[in-house]
Write a protein that binds this ligand. Structure first.
Ligand code: ADE
Length: 233
């Protein structure tokens, strides 16, 4: 069973439309949709935005639905300067850009305690399979692989973009990838993240995002739909 998460309705709607034999399962305030997508049994959930929402859903997918892998689909702000609206970023690794224990001697994003991991790596096989499909669907000028950084912050300033680029070598910024990859890492579940660029995280990001996020969300979801036609876990 593959777990699929998107933060907003627009990020999961194309997937839901393509699912068959849907059953709705309510857990607390969240609705999980189980069913078939392509050749794959899946459970899909709209997590809501932000780190706690997405971490909670990832945890539920693992322990209540026994998923064997998690894919996150959605939109992100561009940090890497060559990215254009609609481009696909397949996350190679993820960190919490707002995790700040610098006052007690840690680097920004570093989680205290030597046993903790602070950089969460995407599953290489899944990411490669998604990259191959993305290249076919969108062409090599629109498909990138790189680090995605997450925080409970909608980034909309050139100063913040420079910081994320210089401190973390980030390609894209969002509010959910790192927590989902963090939970997956702790539970030894493979995970990958597909994002389409909805804005450039700059001073006009709010407007760009409002005008473009639906189209970007569709690009990302289309990849998930296509993936399940070709692969099953
Ligand atoms: N998701 C989409 N655009 C974003 C941005 N600029 N900052 C954080 N998350 C985002």
């Amino acid at each position: 069973m593959l777990g699929i998460i998107g933060a907003m309705s627009e990020e999961i709607s194309l997937i839901l439309e393509n699912m068959k034999n849907i059953t709705e399962v309510q857990k607390g305030k969240m609705v999980y949709y189980t069913g078939t997508l392509g050749n794959q049994e899946v459970v899909l959930c709209k997590s809501g935005e932000g780190k706690v929402n997405s971490a909670m859903v990832a945890t539920t997918l693992i322990f209540a639905f026994n998923v064997t892998a998690i894919v996150f689909t959605g939109v992100a702000g561009a940090v890497f300067s060559e990215l254009e609206l609609g481009d696909i970023v397949i996350g190679t690794d993820f960190l919490h850009h707002d995790f700040d224990a610098t006052a007690i001697g840690y680097k920004l994003s570093e989680i205290p305690n030597k046993d903790e991991v602070s950089l969460f790596i995407a599953d290489k096989k899944l990411s490669q399979q998604f990259t191959d499909i993305a290249l076919e669907l969108f062409g090599d000028k629109k498909v990138y692989s790189g680090r995605i950084v997450s925080g409970d912050e909608f980034v909309a300033s050139p100063v913040r973009i420079s910081q994320l680029r210089e401190t973390f070598d980030a390609y894209a910024v969002d509010m959910e990838s790192a927590p989902v990859a963090h939970v997956a890492n702790k539970c030894d579940i493979p995970c990958c993240v597909i994002r389409a660029i909805s804005d450039k995280a700059d001073s006009v990001a709010a407007d760009t995002y409002a005008n473009f996020f639906k189209e970007a969300a569709k690009n990302s979801a289309a990849l998930v739909v296509e993936f399940t036609k070709r692969h099953s876990l």
